[in-house]
Design a protein around this ligand. Sequence first.
Ligand SMILES: Nc1ncnc2c1ncn2[C@@H]1O[C@H](COP(=O)(O)OP(=O)(O)O)[C@@H](O)[C@H]1O
Ligand SMILES: [Mg+2]
Length: 481
Amino acid sequence: MSRFVLKRRPAEDTPPETPVDDEAVADTPERAPAPAQEEPEPPARERPEIDGDMLEAKLQIHNKLIDELDLSNLDQMTPEELRTQIGVFVTKAIADQRLPMGAAEVKDFTDDIVNEMVGLGPLEPLLQDDSIADILINGYNQVYIERGGELELSNARFRDNLHLRRIINKIVSAVGRRVDEGSPLVDARLADGSRVNAAIEPIAIDGPLVSIRKFSKKPFTLEKLVEFQAIPKPVADFLYGAVKSRVTAIISGGTGSGKTTLLNALSAAISHKERLITIEDAAELQLQQPHVARMETRPANLEGNGEIKQRELVKNALRMRPDRVILGEVRSEEAFDMLQAMNTGHEGSMATIHANNPREAITRLEQMVAMGGLRISQEAVRGQISAAIGIIIQAQRLSDGSRRITHVTEVTGMEGEVIQMQDLFVFKRVDTGEDGTVIGEFRATGLRPKCLDEMTRKGIVVPAETFDPSKPLLSVGGKNG
Ligand SMILES: Nc1ncnc2c1ncn2[C@@H]1O[C@H](COP(=O)(O)OP(=O)(O)O)[C@@H](O)[C@H]1O
Ligand SMILES: [Mg+2]
């Protein structure tokens, strides 16, 4: 507890809500719209600095509460019940001590205590404020927040670095990790999916450094990606149909190119009757299905034991009756098990891979399988790959910052020892606009996808124009962009 409310901000201080500006969003497809622009929300009410005496009084009440409240009962109470109980206690304690506090102040005080006991203390109001995208803590008394793309110093404070460390421990221990002088860097995740990185002393010099990337509650849909011109509508429709009819898809791209975003968006095509199992190093997928079993790897503990790798999770997933296995990112030996899954009744499984083009994605897969040290010939590996994978979708962040789907490529089989691939749709850069934007167009190559037969059998109709190479499906950049 470090803050205390002495007076409220006058209402007229509250900034007016900014209107939604859809056009501004559409004009800058390379930028994810800040949540603040989509749904303006008033910023968290500011709380003024603390008065020393009040802080002391408050600490006393807090300690008394911990002494008198039956802590063993805490687990059985809902946060609402806890809030009510604490509210009663606090009101009485304040009256006993004749502290000059109004009803709203008592409520803030109660909230602070509840947040401290069941939540993450001073971080709670920031976590609950959807207009905040990032929280960056540089020691106990400096908490920055990012809102609408801009950084600002918030009023949140911890009591001291020890208090901050306690909150960090609470976060990392909830996901079975630890942080101490021996391993002062840690990645973790909050219950709501927000990603946390913490660095403590001695690596961090002036007190613990914590970076929280808040989970965006609304992942981009395919419609949004079409709106941002990341992908032409006909191609999005084709991919939707392909995923729906269980064509196995790999999404390839560099870091931050939009792979996970596309995977999330495409998952909307999967029937709600299917059982999905997701496997990730750090859970970030937001699949749109009700029936998702999520698993996450675990790093080794301090003694070097207990590591659970993706490979084990993929193997285990196959014993869990999945309809599809979704691998957040394939990066190593688990590639082999993933391919096996895809070839043995789990068609329509999906994964992302770090590669610069579809051909490279295949080469990387081969290398990953080799990392497992299995004694199988290169030819056999290639056979597995070509049998397992239907399409490769390449995502790319272009030089102007825009993110586009640059290739949709089909794996068609083997010829001799070579995996055969054909591009179905490509984004071609034509020029650079005066404004520095990449001018380019998406076009079909005119090749008819082999998977179309299967799609048609399953009742999915793709209009013939989708594959017409004579005119671009979408032109972007320059003045039109
Ligand atoms: N087409 C797009 N337009 C605008 N922003 C995008 C687009 N695709 C992804 N993003 C944003 O880019 C960032 C990185 O995306 P992500 O899918 O996590 O990339 P990757 O998985 O390739 O590292 C995220 O903040 C995401 O919201
Ligand atoms: Mg990703």
